[in-house]
Design a protein around this ligand. Sequence first.
Ligand SMILES: Cc1cc2nc3c(=O)[nH]c(=O)nc-3n(C[C@H](O)[C@H](O)[C@H](O)COP(=O)(O)OP(=O)(O)OC[C@H]3O[C@@H](n4cnc5c(N)ncnc54)[C@H](O)[C@@H]3O)c2cc1C
Length: 422
Amino acid sequence: MEHLDSVKRRALLKGMAAAAAVSVMGCAGSGTSAARPRVVVVGGGWGGLGAVRALAASGKVDITMIEPNDGFMSCPLSILYIAGFRPAGDFQRSYGVIDALGVRRVKDRVLDIDRAGRMVKTSTQSIPYDFLVLATGLEYMEETLPGYAAAREQFPVGFRAFEQMAVQRQVAAFLEQGGHYLITVPKPPYRCPPAPYERACLIAQRMKEKGTKGKIIVVDANKGPMPPPLAKPMLTVMREMYGAQIEYINEADPKSIDAGRKVLATSKGDIPFHHANIILPMRAPGLIRQAGLGERFAAIELPTFQSSKDKNLFVVGDAQGTPLPKSGHIAFGAGQQVGEQILATLAGKYKEAGLGDEVTLPAAICWGKVSTSLAIMINVTASVSVGDPPKVKYQVDPAANAASSKGAMDWGTNMWNAMLGA
Ligand SMILES: Cc1cc2nc3c(=O)[nH]c(=O)nc-3n(C[C@H](O)[C@H](O)[C@H](O)COP(=O)(O)OP(=O)(O)OC[C@H]3O[C@@H](n4cnc5c(N)ncnc54)[C@H](O)[C@@H]3O)c2cc1C
C-alpha cells in the first residue's frame, strides 16, 4: 500500500513538472505576457532571498520580490542584540543589492493568492506570475493561549524580524528591575528549537554581569530542551553555568495568561512573573492556509518543494510542513534550489529524481549560543527517496565550546553576505 502511494506521488510529481513547463511556454508565447517568464517571490527573508539570488544570477526571468519591510533583520544571532551585547545594526542589512540586481521590489504585503488566475494581490495591485515562490515564514497561534491576544503588546514573542526591538526593551527593563522573567517553550514544530534556551542563557549571562536580582524561569511544554539531542548539553549549561539565574520547569503546558495579575496558568500550576517572553506555537501565515495550500503548514513535495496542491507554486522556509527543521540555513538552501529548478525547467534541462533515488536535501546548521564565548552546534543533514518522508539526522556538540561560538559568528557573516552582500 505504502509502495503504491509513493509510486502514485512520483507520477504526480513528474506530471507537475511537465505541466509547469508547458504552461509557462504557452503563456510566454501567447503574446499577452512579458517576454521573459515572471517569477514572483513573496517574502524577503531567508527563503525568499535564496530564491531571488539564484534566479537573479541568470538574467533569464523577470523577478518581483514582495516584502513589507524596508530591509532585512536576522533572527539568528540577534540574541546578542536582545541581551545588550551588540547593536541592532549588526543584524540588519539593506535590500540595496537586490535592487541593483534588477529585481522589482514591491514594499507591500500579499493579501490574497488567485491561483486560478495566477496573480497575487496586495492592497493596491495585482501581480501576475508564471511561477510563485512563497517564503512567508510563520505566524503565532495566539488563540492557543487564552488571555494572550488582548495583551500581545505586553508579551512580544520576538521570533520574527524586527520584533527583537520590543523584546530588547523588555529584557533591559528586567535587567534593571529584577524579578521573575518567564520564557515559555512550545511543543514543536516551531522556529529554531534551540532559540528559547539560547535566549535564557544570554540573558542569564547579562544578569550575572549586571548583578540583577531575580531569576529566569523557562517553562517548557516539552520533556527536555529541543531538539532532543540538544537536551543533555543544554541542561548541563543551564545547571552548571547559570544554576543561580535559570530555573527550568519541563512538561509545563501553558493554559492561559492573566496579564493583569501577571500569572501564567500551566499544567503544573500557576506561575507568577514580572516580565514574560511568551513563545507561542506557530503555523504558516493565513495567506497560505486561505489559498488552500495546507492545514497548519503548506503541504509540499520533496525534494522539489513544489506545492502538493498547485504545480506553479513552491513553498520554502518555515511555512512548509515537512519534518525538516525550521532553520534559516535550510530556508536559504531550499530557496536557492527552487530558483535553480525553475531555471532548469525553463531551459528544458530539469531532471526529475528517479524511482528509488536518494536525494540530498538542503542542510541546516543551528547554533545554541550559551554565552558570548561559548555555543553548541547542531548540524542537521537530510535526504529523501522521492515520495517518502525525509530522513533527518542530527549531530550535536557534546558540550558548549569556544570553536562553535566562533563558528556561529562566521556562519552568520557568510549567510548574510550570501543573501545581501555584493
Ligand atoms: C531567535 C532565533 C534564532 C535562530 N537561529 C537560527 C540559527 O542559528 N540557524 C538557522 O539556520 N536558523 C535559525 N533561526 C531560524 C530562522 O530565522 C528561520 O528558520 C528563517 O528565518 C526562516 O526563513 P523564512 O524565509 O521561512 O522566513 P523569514 O526569514 O521570517 O522571512 C519571511 C518574510 O516574509 C515576509 N512576509 C510574511 N508575510 C508576507 C506577505 N503576506 N506578503 C509579503 N511578505 C510577507 C516577512 O516580512 C518576512 O520578511 C533562528 C530563529 C530565531 C527566532
